[in-house]
Design a protein around this ligand. Sequence first.
Ligand SMILES: Nc1ncnc2c1ncn2[C@@H]1O[C@H](COP(=O)(O)OP(=O)(O)OP(=O)(O)O)[C@@H](O)[C@H]1O
Length: 245
Amino acid sequence: MNEAPNTVGENRHHFLEIRGLTKHFQSGERKLKVLDSFDLDLAAGEFLAIAGPSGSGKTTLLNLIAGLDRPDGGRISLAGRDLTALNDKEWDKVRQSDIGFVFQFNQLLPEFTALENVMLPGMLKKHHALELKQQAYDLLEHMGMQDRIGHRPAQLSGGERQRTAIARALINQPKILLADEPTGSLDQGTGEQVFSLLMGLQKQFNISCLLVTHNPALANLCDRIHGIEKRPESPTRERIGVDDV
Ligand SMILES: Nc1ncnc2c1ncn2[C@@H]1O[C@H](COP(=O)(O)OP(=O)(O)OP(=O)(O)O)[C@@H](O)[C@H]1O
C-alpha cells in the first residue's frame, strides 16, 4: 500500500462533512427519529470515536455514510463530493474504492480462507491478481496472521477473524474506515491488541477513521470523541390513548 493517499480536497473542506443529517424509521404507527439535524466534521487522517448509548443511532450513522441506507435529509460529503446526490451505481463505486467497513461480527465468508477473504474486495475492483495476492498477504502479515492465511474463518480465533476483517477493509486503500464495535465481541486483552493494530495501520496509511465503541478506554485513545445523544421516542397512539388524539 502507498502511504498517505488522502490528500484530496481536504484543504478547503473537512475530509468528511456531515450537515443536518436526519433519519427516521417507521414501525407501524411509531415514527422513531434516530438522527435529527446531526452534524459532524472529520479531518483527513483523524481517528474519531463515536460514543453514545445503545439505540442512539451510531450504526445508523455508519450505514448512512457507507451508503448502505439513505438519509431522510441532510448532506454527507467526502473529500468535497456530495455523497447524498449519488445514485446506486455511483454509490457502489464509492463504497468499493473509498470506504472500508469493519463490523462487530467480522462477516467473513465461511467457505473462503483468510487470504481469499482479504482479496475479495480487491477482486471486485479488478486489481491485478498477483499484486492483489501480495497486498493481501502483506496486510495479513502486518496483522501477525502470516501463519493463518490458509485457514477458514471457523478455524480462526475471534481476534484472528477481526484482524482478517480489518485487513479486508484496507485492501482497496480506502480514504475512510468505518469501524462498528470492531472489538466488541472480543475479550479485553484481545480487543486491545486488535485495536492497537487497527490504530497503527490507520496512522501508517493516514486513513480517516470513525470508530463506534462502547469502551471508554478505547475511545480515549482516539484523537477525539464525538458524542451522540439518544432521541426521545415520539409518543404512540396507544401510549397517548386513541381518544386523546
Ligand atoms: N431498519 C430499522 N427499522 C426500524 N428501526 C430501526 C432500524 N434500524 C435501526 N432501528 C432503530 O433505530 C435506533 C438506532 O439504532 P442503531 O443500531 O443505529 O443504534 P446504536 O446506537 O448503534 O445502538 P447499539 O449501541 O445498541 O448498537 C434503535 O432504536 C433501533 O431499534
